[in-house]
Design a binder for this molecule. Structure first.
Ligand code: GRG
Length: 304
């Protein structure tokens, strides 16, 4: 049996991430109509935001979850991995719109509406979300998880009870004094839900056992919250150049964040505590959970 140490040594995280990113990038390129498909503007806009880089965290988590559940090959999980990245990119395009966060920089380049105008940016987001369901239809369902169940889960996560619930609560919270429970409510929906979904899709396409699915859900809940707390911290401590998006916006817009409510030091401690909690959830995977554990550590230490 492969030991934890053997997995780390055989392929360092840096090499692993590079390989997984290029796999995801190649699949994303083919996931959309070509840039000259008529009308070219919408397809250019979709590709502009989707192929602008980004960490590709969510699809990488989908693939890593599949591996943790025993997948020998990334292929069966790839349509789901691409689908979560399309949904994530749609949410970024819409979040940047003047009627939302009104941002002009994303993934190190001008935001969609700055380049294509608001109308096309709204439609590019809509079209990415719609296309994600087309990709889900390409999943070869495993025994335990029929396609209808997968689609229902994605729709619920991207819908008014999770992702959009987080965004609405975030908009309504601007300028208000919130408790840490209120901030957690927003972060769990706006950020953690998509991270949980990414992991669960990897598990479901690999016919995970209920125990494995539960463990990945717990891992994702803790990791997702830690990820957003770190994002809040980086917004205060890093430059726009470093982040590839506008830094310092949370304070300007009086956003509900962990540092605003409990301070920077306590926020860092909470992110570290949640990362330890995420690690604990991986117990059931033994050495197969090592990649996910490494990813959680990497995210805790990230600077962009
Ligand atoms: C449905 C309009 C609409 C919004 C949904 C997800 C969301 C709410 C808005 C996106 C903006 C935002 C600040 C979300 C929080 C999650 C987050 C930290 C996103 C950035 O994710 P990264 O850092 O980005 O993984 P890259 O560019 O690396 O993919």
């Amino acid at each position: 049996m492969t030991t934890r140490k053997a997995i780390c040594d055989s392929d360092g995280l840096f090499v692993y991430l590079k390989r997984q990113r290029s796999l995801v990038e190649a699949a994303l390129k083919y996931s959309l109509p070509g840039p000259s498909s008529r009308p070219a503007t919408i397809h250019k806009a979709m590709r502009y935001s989707l192929l602008a880089g980004g960490k590709r965290l969510r699809p990488i988590l989908t693939l890593a979850a599949a591996e943790a559940c025993g997948a020998k090959d990334s292929k069966p999980a790839l349509p789901a991995a691409c689908a979560v990245e399309l949904i994530h990119t749609y949410s970024l395009i819409h979040d940047d719109l003047p009627c939302m966060d009104d941002d002009d920089l994303r993934r190190g380049q001008p935001t969609s509406h700055m380049v294509f105008g608001e109308g096309v940016a709204v439609l590019a987001g809509d079209a990415l979300l719609t296309r994600s369901f087309g990709l889900l239809a390409e999943i070869k369902p495993s025994k335990r998880y029929p396609l209808a169940l997968i689609i229902e889960e994605v729709a619920t996560t991207a819908g008014s009870l999770q992702l959009i619930a987080g965004q609405v609560s975030d908009l309504e919270a601007e300028g208000k004094r919130l408790s840490i429970d209120d901030v957690r409510f927003i972060h769990e929906r706006k950020t953690a839900a998509m991270i949980v979904l990414s992991l669960r899709l990897g598990a479901m396409t690999t016919n995970a056992t209920p125990q494995q699915l539960k463990a990945l859900t717990e891992f994702g809940q803790a990791l997702g919250l830690a990820f957003q707390i770190i994002d809040d911290i980086l917004d205060v401590t890093q430059s726009s150049k470093q982040l590839g998006k506008s830094a310092g916006k949370d304070i300007t817009a009086a956003k509900a964040t962990y540092p605003a409510v409990i301070g920077l030091k306590a926020s860092s401690k909470e992110a570290a505590r949640l990362t330890r909690k995420a690690h604990a959830a991986l117990k059931v995977f033994d050495s197969r959970g090592e990649r996910l554990a490494q990813l959680a550590n990497d995210l805790l230490g990230r600077t962009a």
